[in-house]
Ligand binder design. Structure first.
Ligand code: ADP
Ligand code: 5GP
Length: 245
């Protein structure tokens, strides 16, 4: 398809080209929480909401399609995009680069659709500076052990990579204060209803922001004190204090 190519050769654009009046939603979640599952269903059921396809330097997983899940690019190609100031935001996540291109956001807005950015907290903080009207939602697991089980069951990473993602989850949850809304993805159907309520019906999630922050603090305590997580730390030889809090 003609439009199925990364935005490598497009003209230089700036964030001034983004229509801030058309609403932009950012959905973040620690890896393994379920944001892909939830967001994919949302865009399938609501065609007026479009998920921005990010560029990444990480390896393509089995089953992932270029231009659908991500644009898979080399580090040099990613750097070329940065040199052209073609990225709305970017970050190094789990050792690879990920970023949202400005042409991708413009493409979605050009169709009159709502933009959904599935990005990490570093990316959200950059978007917030450029587009203060954007709304950010943090999807969180019911417990840290549940997150570990979901990450492990997915079988898309080696055990060491899974552990790295799990430890990064701690650092991401520690930045929960930057989000407007929180949804706990415990029962999938209930979490989906809350997501749909927020983006389609503009109804706030069940947890108030204060309750969301309290839940995140509980998760951080579990990371520090849950006996099964302490065993994992011994197994993978990593202390919990190595990450920023
Ligand atoms: P993310 O995109 O946040 O990394 P995924 O959507 O890939 O997470 O979900 C991680 C794993 O957890 C997948 O195997 C998915 O099927 C499963 N999962 C997601 N939500 C739930 C839920 N509410 N209950 C049980 N399993 C879930
Ligand atoms: P995964 O490798 O599991 O697909 O994604 C890993 C992490 O990268 C997730 O936390 C996801 O939110 C984040 N991510 C995906 N695309 C982008 C992006 O364009 N920008 C930023 N900042 N993070 C992204």
């Amino acid at each position: 398809m003609a439009n199925k190519r990364p935005h490598l050769e497009s003209d230089i654009v700036t964030h001034a080209s983004i229509n801030a009046a058309s609403h932009i939603y950012v959905v973040s979640a620690p890896s393994g929480t379920g944001k892909t599952t939830l967001n994919r269903r949302l865009i399938a059921e609501h065609p007026q909401i479009k998920l921005s396809v990010s560029h990444t330097t990480r390896a393509q997983r089995v089953g992932e399609r270029n231009g659908d899940h991500y644009w898979f690019v080399t580090p040099a190609e990613f750097q070329a995009l940065l040199d052209k100031h073609a990225m709305l935001e970017y970050a190094n996540v789990h050792g690879a680069y990920y970023g949202t291109s400005l042409p991708e956001v413009e493409r979605i807005q050009g169709k009159g659709c709502t933009v959904l950015l599935e990005i990490d907290v570093q990316g959200w903080l950059q978007v917030h500076k450029k587009i203060p009207s954007a709304t950010a939602l943090f999807i969180v697991p019911p417990s840290m052990l549940t997150l570990w089980k979901r990450l492990s069951a997915r079988k898309t990473d080696t055990p060491e990579q899974t552990w790295k993602r799990f430890r990064n989850a701690q650092a991401e949850i520690a930045q929960c204060e930057y989000f407007h809304h929180f949804i706990v993805n415990d029962v999938l159907e209930a979490a989906y209803e809350e997501l749909e309520n927020l983006l389609v019906k503009k109804i706030a999630p069940l947890l108030s922001p204060a309750q969301g922050l309290a839940h995140c603090r509980k998760l951080l305590q579990e990371f520090d004190a849950d006996p099964q997580i302490q065993q994992l730390k011994v197994q993978y030889g990593a202390s919990s204090t190595a990450l920023p809090r």
